[in-house]
Ligand binder design. Sequence first.
Ligand code: WTA
Length: 650
Amino acid sequence: MSGEIENVLQEHRRFPPAADFAAEARLSSEEAYQRMLRESLDEPELFWGRVARELPWMQPFERVLDWSKRPVAQWFVGGKLNVSVACLDRHVNSVRSGKRAIVFEGEPGDRRTLTYQELHQEVCRFANALKARGIKKGDRVAIYLPMVPEAAIAMLACARIGAAHSVVFGGFSAPALRERILDGGCTAVITADGSWRRGLVQPLKAQVDEALSSCPDVHSVFVVQRAKNEVVWSARRDVWWHDAVALVSAECEPEPMDSEDLLFLLYTSGSTGKPKGIVHTTAGYLVGTYLTSQFVFDLRDEDVYWCTADVGWVTGHSYVVYGPLSNGATVVMYEGAPNTPHFGRFWEIIERHKVTIFYTAPTAIRSFMRWGDEHPKKFDLSSLRLLGSVGEPINPEAWIWYHQIIGQGRCPIVDTWWQTETGSIMITPLPGLTTTKPGSATRPFFGVDAAIVDEHGNELGPNQGGFLVIRRPWPSMLRGIWGDMQRYVDTYWKKFEGRFYFAGDGARRDEDGYFWIVGRIDDVIKVSGHRFSTMEVESALVSHAAVVEAAVVGRPDNITGQSIVAFITLGPGFKPSSELRADIDKHVIHEIGKVARPAEIRFTEALPKTRSGKIMRRLLRDIAAGIETVGDTSTIEDYTVLAKLRAYED
Ligand code: WTA
């Protein structure tokens, strides 16, 4: 393995923190940082216990960590609290009551602001609306909404009554939504009539209707009126959000939740087909997102903070909703596309709302670069003081562009490595303290014992590529995979015999101890920062009547990081044609959604396989990328297949 990950990046530029930023920073001396880091690793119970006590408990915890049921950790054992109280009531009962919590801008240009007090009332109302339909502690509720304030309200309302939410990204199609509703055993769905995307209405309610045709346990669907498009209505099952909240009180007692009670499920792709319902619980998740928001984004009361992620992904959970709100921050939310109605939409939003902290993904940064510097240059970006990046490795070229054009050479960049499974940021610079290197997520956060190891779990030396592992539990770690604890053990713990958490990423650590993540080493493709398993796309492909076999690989892409290339073989009687290709494309979109659509579909007579019948993905990856194969091909069954794959035109 260590020889497999080539280390091609030679990046020597250094960006020490600016003196004025450092002067105000939470941590600006290496000694203070080392002291805090040492405590977090040597005395984690002391460290995390102190952080946790900053949050409002209904009943104090008795023990900070119980790791006796490994690999399932229990944090803050015996404590009771409610996440919505930490995010809302705490601020409403303080000087922050009239402070803006959410500043929303819709794609068509509509705007709405909710203060902490108003958000609190909306959350309580909707929590009562959920209760009125019989939804209670322990239930699971699917949320399939655009980026509108109701998404955050719905999540917090579920948390308030102790129901777990399962947010499904609005770009997923009906079958993908159905699969997640069924797997999670959801009994209610919260959606909208439609959402705005690039000037068009995406009919969300229609997708829900299709998904629910075979979800007998769903008794209620709450519908936000957003786009005012036509919807089909089931009087028994459907209820308009505005009707549901009209008749209920704006007060709702928060449910006391055990530290380890389920807070949410979030589905993510692994290397096998079925999406995994990642389990996050109450207190540990809150503590992790709370502390990282504070230290990584240096959140202050005056900040206007904008994380562009959709709530359908973990970044939207941790750094649009729970992390910033538990810190009492002002959060910007934008519904639509970055290039609608013009290519400067994001920069216009930053100028209008005087955004100070901006957190986005490398794929977006690369699009901005391609669209041209003239767009950001038209707007006043002088309010910005900190930039963040997440979701995939950021190439140094994009880092430098982000630093110069958006940050105007002034703003530190925090390149944050973490995962749906980790719940909160794990490897990251601390602004004002860490000297950054373009392309490196730098050093582990407090309490994170990250290492690079070889196949046998031995720690590797500087600049040796290997597997990224975490060697001890942390509060916001996943507690399992919903309904499949064995898969949890197999996916994350088996590789190193239960000793380490296996992240599935390849990485190296340089001579300064900085981590350089090189990407996934399993069959997960990251398109625009979103994880897809090759298996999931393959099963969508083979469910088309004409397709007998499919292999999907990732191809490097200048904008989206990777794009999906599908190799397919057709059944008897089917001939390659552009019509058939279009039909297969349509089929995948119907099954999963546009997000997982292959950029290219290639027909082939057969797929290259080893003698044991395993598809040789490495070869397919090279072919997809247009690289000549130089590796060992002696295990290939039919050499002619290779030549044909390369040559095949429809
Ligand atoms: C990748 C997103 C390099 C990585 C929060 C990880 C990154 C996967 C970075 C998790 C980064 C995320 N540098 N790679 N700063 N951040 N990744 O679950 O491969 O959508 O395992 O969580 O994204 O993706 P997920």
